[in-house]
Design a protein around this ligand. Sequence first.
Ligand SMILES: CC(C)(COP(=O)(O)OP(=O)(O)OC[C@H]1O[C@@H](n2cnc3c(N)ncnc32)[C@H](O)[C@@H]1OP(=O)(O)O)[C@@H](O)C(=O)NCCC(=O)NCCS
Length: 251
Amino acid sequence: MDFKTALTELYLRDPTGTLPNALWKTLAMLDGMETLLDVRGGEVIHLEAKRGRGIYVYWDSNGVPPDIEGLDFVLLHERLARALDLEEFYVERYFRLVHRGETLEAPSLPAGFAFREVDVPAEAREVAEFINLCYEDIHVGSGEVKSWTAGPAFDRSLWLWILDGEEPVALGIADFDRSIGEGSLEWIQVHPSYRGRGLGKALVFELLRRLKDAAFTTVSGQLDNRTNPEALYRRCGFEGNDVWLVLRRRE
Ligand SMILES: CC(C)(COP(=O)(O)OP(=O)(O)OC[C@H]1O[C@@H](n2cnc3c(N)ncnc32)[C@H](O)[C@@H]1OP(=O)(O)O)[C@@H](O)C(=O)NCCC(=O)NCCS
């Protein structure tokens, strides 16, 4: 069994417990990484992908944590970090949830609002500006937005505006990786003055409706987010208790 096959097998069994992001994103960055794989009797025991002073994939069937001494960057499931001393690292915590296709409500928009597909790449600048307006600590450029349309899981029908008349007031972007049937919600945001009116919920249900052929859909987000997106996703039927840590060594 090779590394990619082993990782895919684990991921399909437990997507949110195996990786902090959609599988295709990790598979796309494995080339050039040092990979370690231990399989015994057909069962994956240990899996690890490293580059330089960073660990990007780490999975161990016995719950043995990695040796983080000398590392600058680690992506790690919270259950594997319990025994580690993280004092020398900045720690960001992310929830990661999965939707299995049940609990699908019909998306409902207030009167005067409508969905419209984003015209990418022509509207890349509008997409970047809208995202930057919705977060305090995120800045993306239109070049970066265009690069998202080049990924293997890009699907034009999963880039959606909600318009109030002509005005974009919410934006949702999802991916669909047909090779394993994984949908993933990538960007969900509502204009600050339109929050709390059900637009986020309508956007998520509409994207899930468009992802009806997906075997499952994943989402993640920072736990330390005042707008509490986790509550929105759980309200829309996402489930799970996996938390992922991004560790960056302090200067
Ligand atoms: C998170 C966000 C998309 C929610 O959008 P919204 O339009 O305000 O959400 P809705 O009005 O559709 O809320 C839907 C449900 O989510 C829950 N919810 C939404 N915001 C919540 C909050 N701040 N606290 C608790 N619950 C919340 C409610 O239970 C609500 O369900 P209900 O209608 O049955 O009461 C919006 O606050 C936002 O754009 N935040 C900034 C960008 C961001 O962080 N995006 C998520 C990245 S992972």
